[in-house]
Each structure stands twice: as C-alpha cells, then as structure tokens.
Design a protein around this ligand. Structure first.
Ligand SMILES: [Zn+2]
Length: 329
C-alpha cells in the first residue's frame, strides 16, 4: 500500500507533464514498482493470489486516474496563464474619470453668464451674524418674516457673544451688507453659496440649499433693468425658448418685490412631477433694493438705486437635469 501513497503524493506535487510521465514509468511502467510486484505474483500461495491481484489492479487504476486528473489540472492552469499574458500592443481600456457634480456645473455656468454682463463673484461666510443676515436687510428682531426663516443658532454659551447673534446664514443675501459697506456704487456682485434652514427633510426640501445671490446698485437702476437681467440670464442658462412670467410679492429687503416663474421645461406648462403639476416653477425671487437696506450700508437712496435677486440653484439643477428628488444631490 506504500506504493499507492508514494505514487499519489508524487503525482499531486508534479507541476508539469514530463514529471507525470516519469512517475507513470516509475510505478506502472513495464519495469515500474507495481509491475515488478505483480511479476512476483506466481510466488504467492494460490489462495491469496486473486485478492492480491485485485488489490494491485485497484492501485494501478487509482494511480492512472490521479495522473490523468493532475494532467488536465496542469493543462488548465497553463491555459489560464496564457490568457493573463499582457499584450502591450492591445488598445487600452479608457478609465472612468467621473464628472463634476451637477450643482458645481450649474454654479460655474451661472458665474460665467453673470461675468459676461459685468458681475463679479464673491464668497461669504456660512456662519453669519444676525446683523448681516437680518438687521441690515430690513428684518428687525420683531419682524414676522423671521418666523419663516427657521434659523439655526450657534451655541455661544462658552463665548462672550450674546446668545442668538451667531447663526448659520439663512440666505446668501447676507452678503449684500458685507459687500456694499466695502464698495461704493456702481456695484455688480453675485454670491453663490449654501444656506441653512431648520426644515423637515423630504424630496423637495433640505436643511441646506444652494442659492446665487446677486445685486446691482448704481444711479438710475430701474425695475426694467432687473427684468432684462433675469430674462437674459435665464435664457442663457436654460435655453432661448424659456418662457417667464413675473408676479409681485413681498420681501422685507425689496420694494417692490418680484417673483420669477419659468414655464416647466419638461412638460411645457402642462403639469408634471418636476413642476409639481403647476406647469410653472418659482425660480428667482427678486426686487428693487429697499431704501432702508441702502441706508443701512451707508448709501444714499436719493442718489442710487439697485436691484437684488436670488436664484434657487437646486431648482435650476433639477429642471436642467430632470432630477425629481433632492436626495439625489
Ligand atoms: Zn412640468
């Protein structure tokens, strides 16, 4: 039985066809160990011969089977090794390098369009003071519109700051005061950025949202300048065939206030899930800057006037890329 075990362990270790041939000769060849043993069979007492003969045949068969299966194993691994060979002349596989986030793409397009008509882009702090976020914008502490802004207040217990004075900005308009206090008119600035409101999160609301704030102050700026600017910008961004309508509205920092609606680009106004079946999407609140705001930043409302607007970027991205769920952002 040692013959069988010896043979099987050699076979399992063999890694090429030649070694296997040698093992075959060594055990079951014409002068192999097993064959030699079988030649001794006539010397064995007659009654034991059939049993030994049968055992020898079984061992022979086992060795031959093992050699065969090891052989095909070697063949397979050789084949797969051949497949792995690198063909340096083969054309390469183009790597997937991804793309900019839809929001980033839209922001950069918006900035480009505004730069074309003389606006500069500025960035402001996301952690803002109550003063710039509300007071300067004609929203004093007791103003009812503060209720709708759902503000996040920073915990200032450990500091000298009066509680409630430091917040996460609720609107990029907070930059109006910061910019206008530094620059004398003419001013043309846009501020892309993130805002934060304490909102229930669902498919169309998030606790943070992107806006591009914009404002322009100069002598003789009129409401028609605002309409022209909005019309130009939205056509550049959304296509020449966009349809717009304006409605009056009320924000404390503008007088008069204007809401811009764009006909849904998906359903052409018939109503669909993208426009929440309204046919039109509110896309750009705007208006003429309130004289109180101009005064608060040190401008003279008798000399200069201006307009301000905010573009809801999420809405722009959803309409452009036809996304119907804010979670996709
Ligand atoms: Zn629609």
């Amino acid at each position: 039985m040692n013959i069988k075990n010896d043979a099987l362990s050699l076979i399992l270790e063999a890694s090429d066809k030649k070694t296997l041939e040698e093992i075959k000769l060594q055990f079951v060849g014409r002068s192999g160990k097993l064959t030699t043993l079988l030649k001794e069979l006539p010397k064995v007492p007659l009654e034991r011969r059939p049993a030994i003969g049968q055992l020898a045949n079984e061992v022979k068969e086992a060795i031959e089977n093992a050699i065969e299966s090891q052989e095909s194993g070697i063949k397979n691994s050789e084949l797969s090794r051949k497949k792995e060979t690198i063909d340096i002349t083969a054309p390469g596989i183009e790597p997937k390098i991804g793309h900019l986030h839809p929001m980033t793409q839209v922001i950069s397009d918006v900035v480009d369009v505004f730069k074309g008509i003389g606006f500069q882009a500025a960035e402001g702090p996301e952690i803002e003071t109550d003063h710039y976020n509300f007071e300067v914008l004609n929203i004093p502490k007791d103003h009812p519109s503060r209720d709708t802004q759902m503000t996040f207040y920073l915990d200032t217990k450990e500091s000298k700051v009066t509680p409630g004075e430091i917040i996460l900005r609720t609107q990029t308009s907070a930059m109006q005061g910061r910019v206008m206090q530094k620059i004398k008119p003419p001013v043309r600035v846009i501020v892309p950025g993130k805002n934060f409101r304490y909102e229930q999160v669902d498919a169309s609301h998030g606790f943070e949202f992107w806006q591009v704030e914009g404002f322009c102050v100069d002598t003789h700026i009129r409401l028609t300048d605002l309409f022209g600017t909005i019309d130009y910008v939205l056509r550049k961004l959304m296509g020449q065939d966009v349809e717009l309508k304006f409605a009056t509205t009320n924000f404390p920092f503008v007088e008069p206030g204007v809401d811009t609606y764009m006909k849904c680009t998906v359903c052409k106004g018939k109503g669909c899930s993208f426009c929440k079946f309204a046919g039109w999407s509110e896309i750009m609140p705007a208006g003429m800057i309130h004289p109180n705001v101009l005064k608060a930043v040190g401008y003279d409302p008798q000399e200069v006037s201006g307009f301000a607007f905010a573009i809801g970027l999420s809405r722009l991205v959803t309409l452009r890329y036809r996304m119907d769920d804010l979670y996709d952002f």
